[in-house]
Structures are given as structure tokens and as C-alpha cells.
Design a protein around this ligand. Structure first.
Ligand SMILES: Nc1ncnc2c1ncn2[C@@H]1O[C@H](COP(=O)(O)OP(=O)(O)OP(=O)(O)O)[C@@H](O)[C@H]1O
Ligand SMILES: [Mg+2]
Length: 640
């Protein structure tokens, strides 16, 4: 339990003293209560084709013996439950007609006993099957999550987060239903159907055939109708709920904008439409199911009447004396009529199960698609582990486009020497961030290559590359957790002292001291309780702590006021010292900090050189500089 109790110790400036002796016992008791999550043997790789395609068979095969166990329990319960109607026959033919009360007592006792045993077995079965289902879901959730972690950035910009959430919730839920109820019921009902047909055949073959010939075709027609219509309905339901979730997620995430642009009403209307569509889709499937179940109820009663009538004719024909030991008896006829609804029940639930299979199957298909999506940035099969990178970056004739759009960069070449810093300036949307993302290998170029220390990025192990690369993105993201956790994110081994040092370097120690809980202050919802400048400073501290060989600062100081920025100038210089750095900045004061300035414009680099060189060239940069100077002069005048 590293760090236990360190909160107060470090706040008071004391070294970590471990768990106080009087608390050791309680801590151990607490640890024993920790839930035991069995370890999953998950392999993680950025390569494609290493994962098995997802199918129910593949997914379930490791659990085949446990599933067989579950099936055994299911078969036992069904057989025990069918004993009842058979005992009715015995009671009538062997006890009531011969007026033998002792036999009746025995029959009653046997019936009660069978119910007890059935109750016990079925309770056990429910617990057993439930646990198995939960285990499967646990594994599936982790597998999907792990897969999401290995996908590349482009996937997450294309896919709506809400839809992914739907995959994780309703699709996995549907699959869980299928595994926990569906499969078990399928087996249970099929077994029970077979048992019933067996018993009925033993009563009377002709009557059984009549039942099968009359009931089966009618049921079949109804089932086929129901299947086709409800399949369509269910696909609709799943899509609509995904839309509802996507809409919800988006409007929650964008709440600030919603409020400031008064889009509330508009949002309510659009959400109402989505929810309305979902309701309609559900109503439709409910209507279809209702029609189907009332129709089956009618068929059920009609068949019972027919069986009684035909059964009576057969009875007087082959056993006119109603001999209880005859080939067909009164007891058999009563038991037979009793069993008609029991015969329909499995057929009915098997059809009802069809819905569950439908949505389970839709979920399997969607999950297979998701799990089958390869990461677009892939690792080679035997990647080079790069250690102690120097950070010499060569970009050779690189072209890149997002999807099928116009290329953002075309035939761009650039050499950034190890240990040097370069800044990218240029108009909005020119491709500065894109170029940085290519260097960090968030995307692969469509043409050309990028080399780091003369290794092609594609040949390197992605993990080893990212370990030595620090990226401070345009919009820093803070995770749920304390400020300390967020800074330590880049280097989990960092001590509290290291963290404080990083904070001091970027000048946020004042802020941290001001906060009631210091470093342990929680960051609420993506750090919305901090200002954007403070968030950027935290992100800088995070980068500072990881001490990367190559540092990419994408507008990393854009929200920090100039005074604070000049205060952290020293820290930034420290941070950049000896590292290859790529600084993207709109603010020229920031851009000038680099050794070289490159103007990214018109799908490439149009000017490059030191500040003075570029001023002398009288190009885009000189123009930018002029505007900036004029603006500065204006501000100064305004202040006077
Ligand atoms: N994920 C994406 N999918 C499709 N197009 C994208 C994507 N990201 C960026 N673009 C497009 O690529 C172009 C370059 O974007 P980029 O973010 O690199 O610009 P930038 O130079 O960093 O701009 P800024 O100064 O505003 O940060 C833009 O036209 C943008 O619309
Ligand atoms: Mg950008």
C-alpha cells in the first residue's frame, strides 16, 4: 500500500512514514475485503490480425465444461417438472378408478417430493448460470475496453462517443441476456418439448400425431410471420437507442455552449424526436409480440378442445369398458389434455427467445465489427525498441490527407536536428497540428516517410516511441482524480518531491498552495474547476515530469497570459534544453523562442529560418511580425 497516509505526512512536510502501527490491523482487514478480480490473460498489441474474430463459439469455448454443467442442471429441472402430468395419469388409472387410496397417497408424496427436488435444483441452476453469465460479461467488457485502447486516434474522431457507449452498455447487456437466459432457455425448452412429445407418444400415438399435424403448421406460420416482423423491429430499436445515447452524451458534454447559445429549447426538441423514435420502435415490437401471443392463446384453447373430442372418440373406440389398464385410458386422456398447454409453452417461449437471439445476434455482429477494426496505425511484427533516442527528425516528401479530403500536407520535407527546437507558425487550419501528429505517429503519412534517428517511424515499437515523446496538446485533458494523479500521469514512479518540482518549474506552486487540499485537490469533470491557463500549466508540468527526448507543444501556452508565460520562460528553456522540441504557436513571442521558425502554409512549408532571416525575406512571417508589432504598439498606446 504505497502512499497510504502520505497525504497528511507530505502536507506537513514530513517524509512518508508508512502506516501507523495502530492502523496496521485495520488496513489488513480492509485489504482482505477487497474484491478478488481474477486476472485476465489479455494480450495487447498494435498489430492487426492477432485477435481472433469475435464469435459466440470462440468466445464461449473456454467455458464449455461449465456450460455443459449448466445444461445438465437444466435438463434435470425440466424432467422433474414434467413428472406432474404423468402422475395425474397414474392417480386416475391406478388409484381413483380402482379406488385404491394407498396408491393415491404414494402418488401425492412422489409429486410433492419431485417439486421439492425440482425447486432445489432450479435454485442451484439459477445461481450457477447467473455467475457464469456474469463472468462472461466481465471478460467481454474488458476485452472491448482493451480493444478501444489499442485503436488509433482517427477511430475516435470518426466514431461518436455515444455510439461507443451504446456498444458498451446496451449491446453487451443484450448479449448478457442472451447468454444468461437465452441459451439456457433454448436448451431447457427444447428438452422439455422432446420430453413432452415422448410422454404423449407413450399415451397415444394417433392423438399425438393429430396434435403435431394440427398445431405444428399453424404455429409455424405464425412463427415465421413473427420472426420476420420482429427482427426488423428489433434492429430498429437498437439503432434508435444508440441515437438517443449519442444525443444525450453530446449535449451533456457541450452543456456550456448549449446554455450560452440558448440552444436548450432546440436541444429538447431534437432529443424529444430521438426519444419519440425510440418509443415508436418499442411500441411497434410490443404490438407485434402482443398480436402473436394472443393468437397463440387462441390456438392453444382450440387445440385442447379438439384433442378432448378426438381423444374421446379414440377412447370409446379402443377401450369401450374404460379399463384403467387398457391401451388408452381416462387418465391418459386427462393427462394428454393437460399437456396441450405444456406442449405449446416451449414452442411459445422458443419463439419468444427469438427476440432475444435477434438482439443478441445484432450485438454480436456489432461487437465483431468493433473488435475486428484494426488499429490504423499498426506496429510491425518485430518492431525496433528504440532506447535513448537523440531526437533527430527527418521528414521526407510527406503527403497526408484525412479520409478522402483535399490533402492537408503535400510533399513536405523537413529536417529537425537533435536537440534543436523549431516552431511552426502559419494560418489557422494550415496543418501545423497535423504535422505534429504525424511526427508523434498518431497517423501514418499517405506518402513519404518520417525518420527519427534514421529509423522509419513505422519500424519502431509504438510504445518505445511514445515513451520518449512528450505531447502537450492544444486542449489539455484532465482525468478524474487529484491534481497529483494528473501530473503523475506521464510518470507513475515520480515522487511527491518530483511533482512539486515540476509544479515549481511551471510556476503553479502558488496555485497548489492556495488550494485547500493542495496536490490532492480533485479535478472535477475534466478539470472544469480550473481555468484553461491553469490546465495548460498542469499539462506542461506533466510533460516536464516525463522528461521526454522529443517534446511537442501544440499551442501549449496559448491560454497563459504573457506575464505568466514570461515567468515560466526560464522553466520552458529548462524544459527545452537539450531536447528536440516542436513548438506550435500563434503568438510570435512564443514562436521566437525556438532556434528555427517554419511557416506552414499552402500544404507545405513556405518559409524557414531564424527570426531575423525571415524578417529579411519580407514574406508571410515578416508580414505577421509587422501586424503583431502594430497591434502591440496599439495596446501600449491604449494603456497610456
Ligand atoms: N480528424 C480530422 N479529420 C478530418 N479533417 C481534419 C481532422 N483534423 C484536422 N482536419 C483538417 O485538417 C486541416 C489542418 O488541421 P490542423 O489541425 O492541422 O490545423 P492547424 O494548422 O493546427 O490549425 P490551428 O492553428 O487552428 O490549430 C484543417 O483543414 C482541418 O479541418
Ligand atoms: Mg492546431
Amino acid at each position: 500500500m504505497k502512499g497510504f497516509g502520505s497525504k497528511h505526512a507530505s502536507a506537513a512536510g514530513l517524509p512518508f512514514a508508512g502506516i501507523p502501527p495502530e492502523m496496521v490491523e485495520k488496513t489488513n482487514a480492509l485489504m482482505e475485503d477487497e474484491p478478488d478480480f481474477n486476472d485476465l490473460q489479455l494480450t495487447f498489441s498494435h498489430r492487426a490480425g492477432e485477435e481472433q474474430t469475435f464469435s459466440l463459439i470462440n468466445f464461449l469455448s473456454p467455458y464449455k465444461y461449465r456450460m455443459l454443467g449448466a445444461l445438465g442442471l437444466v435438463g434435470m429441472t425440466e424432467a422433474l417438472l414434467l413428472l406432474g402430468p404423468y402422475l395425474v395419469k397414474v392417480a386416475i388409472d391406478d388409484a381413483i378408478i380402482p379406488k385404491d387410496f394407498d396408491v393415491l397417497i404414494w402418488v401425492a408424496a412422489a409429486w410433492i417430493l419431485s417439486l421439492f427436488v425440482a425447486g432445489f435444483v432450479s435454485g442451484f441452476r439459477q445461481r450457477y448460470v447467473g455467475r457464469l453469465g456474469q463472468l462472461l460479461m466481465y471478460e467481454l467488457r474488458i476485452r472491448v475496453f482493451a480493444h478501444l485502447q489499442r485503436l488509433s486516434l482517427d477511430f475516435f474522431t470518426k466514431e461518436k462517443a455515444g455510439r461507443l457507449m451504446a456498444r458498451m452498455t446496451s449491446d453487451i447487456e443484450a448479449l448478457s441476456n442472451l447468454l444468461q437466459n437465452g441459451l439456457v432457455n433454448l436448451v431447457a425448452q427444447t428438452l422439455s418439448l422432446l420430453f413432452i412429445i415422448g410422454i404423449l407418444l407413450s399415451f397415444n400415438i394417433k392423438l399425438t400425431l393429430i396434435l403435431l399435424v394440427i398445431a405444428a403448421p399453424v404455429m409455424l406460420v405464425m412463427t415465421v410471420w413473427f420472426k420476420t416482423v420482429s427482427a426488423k423491429g428489433y434492429a430498429n430499436v437498437r439503432n434508435r437507442i444508440a441515437d438517443v445515447l449519442a444525443d444525450l452524451q453530446e449535449s451533456l458534454a457541450g452543456m456550456r455552449l448549449v446554455i450560452s447559445f440558448n440552444r436548450m429549447k432546440h436541444n429538447i426538441i431534437s432529443h424529444r424526436n430521438r426519444v419519440g423514435d425510440y418509443r415508436d420502435a418499442n411500441n411497434y415490437t410490443a404490438r407485434v409480440s402482443a398480436t402473436y401471443s394472443s393468437a397463440t392463446m387462441f390456438v392453444d384453447s382450440a387445440t385442447t378442445i379438439i384433442i378432448l373430442a378426438v381423444g374421446y372418440l379414440i377412447l370409446v373406440d379402443i377401450n369401450p369398458t374404460l379399463d384403467p389398464q387398457g391401451a388408452f385410458t381416462v387418465g391418459a386422456l386427462v393427462a394428454f389434455a393437460n399437456m396441450v398447454s405444456r406442449f405449446f409453452k416451449p414452442i411459445n417461449s422458443l419463439v419468444g427467445l427469438y427476440n432475444e437471439f435477434q438482439s443478441g445476434n445484432a450485438a454480436v455482429i456489432k461487437l465483431r465489427e468493433l473488435l475486428g477494426t484494426p488499429p490504423s496505425v499498426q506496429e510491425k511484427s518485430d518492431p525496433i525498441e528504440i532506447e535513448d533516442m537523440h531526437g533527430d527528425i527527418k521528414i521526407r516528401n510527406v503527403s497526408f490527407r484525412y479520409d478522402a479530403n483535399e490533402p492537408v500536407l503535400k510533399n513536405l520535407s523537413l529536417h529537425i536536428e537533435a536537440g534543436k527546437s523549431i516552431s511552426f507558425v502559419g494560418p489557422t487550419g494550415a496543418g501545423k497540428s497535423t504535422l505534429a501528429k504525424l511526427i508523434a505517429r498518431f497517423y501514418d503519412p499517405n506518402e513519404g516517410s518520417i525518420l527519427i534517428d534514421d529509423y522509419n517511424l513505422k519500424d519502431l515499437s509504438i510504445k518505445s516511441l511514445h515513451k520518449q515523446l512528450g505531447v502537450v496538446p492544444q486542449e489539455p485533458f484532465l482525468f478524474h482524480g487529484s491534481i497529483k494523479d494528473n501530473i503523475r500521469f506521464s510518470n507513475m514512479d515520480a515522487s511527491s518531491d518530483d511533482i512539486m518540482q515540476a509544479c515549481r518549474a511551471v510556476g503553479i506552486e502558488d496555485l497548489i498552495e492556495r488550494l485547500p487540499q493542495g496536490l490532492d485537490t480533485p479535478c472535477h469533470e475534466r478539470g472544469s474547476s480550473l481555468s484553461s491557463g491553469e490546465r495548460q500549466l498542469l499539462a506542461l508540468a506533466r510533460a516536464f515530469l516525463s522528461k521526454p527526448r522529443v517534446l511537442i507543444l501544440d499551442e501549449a501556452t496559448s491560454n497563459i497570459d504573457q506575464q505568466s508565460e514570461s515567468k515560466i520562460e526560464q522553466a520552458l528553456d529548462n524544459l527545452l534544453e537539450g531536447r528536440t522540441a516542436i513548438i506550435i504557436a500563434h503568438r510570435l513571442a512564443t514562436a521566437m523562442r525556438a532556434n528555427i521558425i517554419a511557416v506552414v502554409k499552402d500544404q507545405g512549408i513556405v518559409e524557414m529560418g531564424s527570426h531575423t532571416e525571415l524578417i529579411d525575406r519580407r514574406g508571410y512571417y515578416a508580414e505577421m511580425h509587422k501586424t503583431w508589432m502594430q497591434q502591440n504598439a496599439g495596446t501600449n498606446l491604449g494603456q497610456q
